[in-house]
Design a protein around this ligand. Structure first.
Ligand code: NAD
Length: 482
């Protein structure tokens, strides 16, 4: 590994530090396929050092004690800094994982800043319950910070998902150890630096770099000094983390994989359906937990839908993710490229038809549209996490609700219809954490976000994040009635 590469260290206790036993791993740019940085290779001991720092900052430092309004001031200042450094933060994710700059700098970074603004205000404006009791007592509730939060995040929306965890945890007075995904270390590091610039005391936000198993990720999930674990990643990893957390009875929030159903009814506005269906499966090269990857199109519109989806896929601008006009970049890593490519072999085994797409240059996969695959086969059932749209015809509403719910996942579903009653009726019947009607990816940060089945445990967002990142307390007082 070249010594000329810039180094991405840990941030522990307010300092940029190397690992206790200094070692590094390469941060690869998936577009150039060249290393772009050396990253501190954290061990379990480095994670423990970060946990100890967060523990001290929580047990004796000012952050949990300074009050919501004072914390909100720091968090808004952090959001200001993030907005002023949007190009740098966006480029960090673009170079780490190949997501086009149009999405990182102009979508993920503003949303990440908004995560801080929203949760800062939410915590500052939240009220507990007042419970006047007819027994001669008065009750009320308080939301107290939970303690040390371990936040473990994936590589597909690096900064956005990190801040989705870190912002509410901090707003509610907790201290945090963040472990970004090993493929995307850079934006978390910048976030940790900006937090200090914004005035956050040492130890409040620690960032430890490295891998999951037998590494910092695992140490965070096994530590008895951690009070909450918030994890986003694969369902299999979620199972391992839930088992580790159970040993110490630490509450976990798990946001996991998905295989979103996208239903196009015969009464849909076809332009809306095609436009949003393409976005739902091709954005970020399909590396989206919420991707609408199982498309069910009514038989009467099936051919037209497929034809128009193919045309949309073929018109997408594909290439260098640092170019402002690029819509699709490479997949995030060589390993992930190999995984997605293996599904073209599955497609052949299942006798499916590839209408457009297939491999691109380097680690890229072109937006692909597939039909003629069995409902019970792997193309229809597994999370491919790539830009491959599987389209299946259906005949009746009853039938398609059955198809949509026939999955171990349940993160989200999408439906396109101009029939209002059908929209409500089907939304209610779909087993999913979020249902979008005639749109996709629109989020209100107050809404519950999470999944059913293998897509997760718990909900985050608004009051749901408050419940997770605090210890709600009841106080009951006797009143001397005189
Ligand atoms: P992953 O599970 O491989 O890794 C996620 C994080 O967990 C990484 O930081 C990794 O280092 C860490 N990790 C791995 N093994 C661990 C262990 N044993 N103990 C502790 N930490 C460990 O997931 P990924 O490949 O980075 O992300 C893609 C997955 O994330 C997809 O399945 C996708 O659907 C899911 N995802 C879900 C949501 C959601 O909100 N539900 C959002 C984005 C991504």
């Amino acid at each position: 590994m070249s010594d000329d590469l810039p180094v991405i260290p840990h941030i522990i206790d307010g300092e940029e530090v190397e690992s206790l036993e200094p070692a590094y791993f390469e941060d690869i740019n998936p577009y150039t396929r060249e290393p772009r940085a050396r990253v501190a290779l954290g061990t379990q001991r480095d994670a423990e050092r970060a946990i100890d720092s967060a523990r001290r900052a929580f047990d004796t430092g000012p952050w949990p004690r300074m009050g919501y309004a004072a914390r909100a001031t720091v968090l808004h200042r952090l959001a200001d800094l993030m907005e002023s450094k949007a190009e740098e933060l966006g480029m960090a994710d673009t170079l780490d994982m190949g997501k086009p700059i149009a999405l990182t700098t102009h979508h993920d970074v503003p949303r990440s800043a908004r995560n801080f603004r929203f949760f800062a205000d939410h915590a500052a404006l939240s009220t507990g319950d007042q419970l006047p009791m007819d027994t001669g007592h008065h009750g009320y509730s308080l939301f107290e910070p939970a303690g040390v939060v371990a936040a473990i995040s994936p590589w597909n929306f690096p900064l956005m998902l990190e801040t989705w965890k870190v912002a509410p945890a901090l707003a509610w007075g907790n201290t945090v150890v963040l472990k970004p995904a090993e493929d995307t270390p850079a934006s978390a590091h910048l976030l940790g630096r900006l937090a200090f610039e914004a005035g956050m005391p040492p130890g409040v936000l620690n960032v430890v770099q490295g891998f999951g198993p037998n590494a910092p990720g695992e140490a965070l999930t096994r530590s008895p000094k951690v009070d909450r674990i918030t994890f986003t990643g694969e369902s299999g990893t979620g199972r391992i983390i839930a088992a580790a957390a159970a040993k110490n009875l630490v509450p976990v929030s798990l946001e996991l994989g998905g295989k979103g159903a996208n239903i196009v009814f015969d009464d849909a506005d076809m332009s809306t359906a095609v436009e949003w269906s393409a976005k739902a499966i091709f954005t970020n090269s399909g590396q989206v937990c919420l991707a609408g990857s199982r498309i069910y199109a009514h038989v009467s519109v099936f051919d037209e839908f497929v034809e128009r989806l193919v045309a949309t896929a073929e018109a997408m601008r594909f290439g260098d993710p640092t170019h402002p006009d690029t819509e699709l970049g490479p997949l995030a890593s060589k390993e992930h490229y190999a995984k997605v490519m293996s599904y073209f072999d599955v497609l052949v085994e299942e006798g499916g038809t590839l209408h457009t797409g297939g491999p691109g240059d380097g680690w890229a996969v072109r937006p692909s549209v597939v039909t003629n695959v069995p409902l019970t086969g792997r193309m229809c059932r597994e999370e491919i996490f790539g830009p491959i749209a599987v389209v299946v015809p259906f005949t009746t509403e009853e039938e398609v609700v059955g198809h949509a719910n026939d999955t171990r996942y349940g993160l989200n579903a999408i439906l396109f219809t101009e029939n209002l009653s059908r929209a409500h009726r089907v939304s209610a019947r779909l087993r999913a954490g979020t249902v979008w009607v005639n749109c996709f990816f629109v989020r209100d940060l107050r809404a519950p976000f999470g999944g059913v089945g293998d897509s997760g445990v718990g909900r985050e967002g608004g009051n749901f994040s408050r419940e997770f990142f605090t210890e709600p307390k009841a106080v009951v007082m006797a009143i001397d009635r005189g």
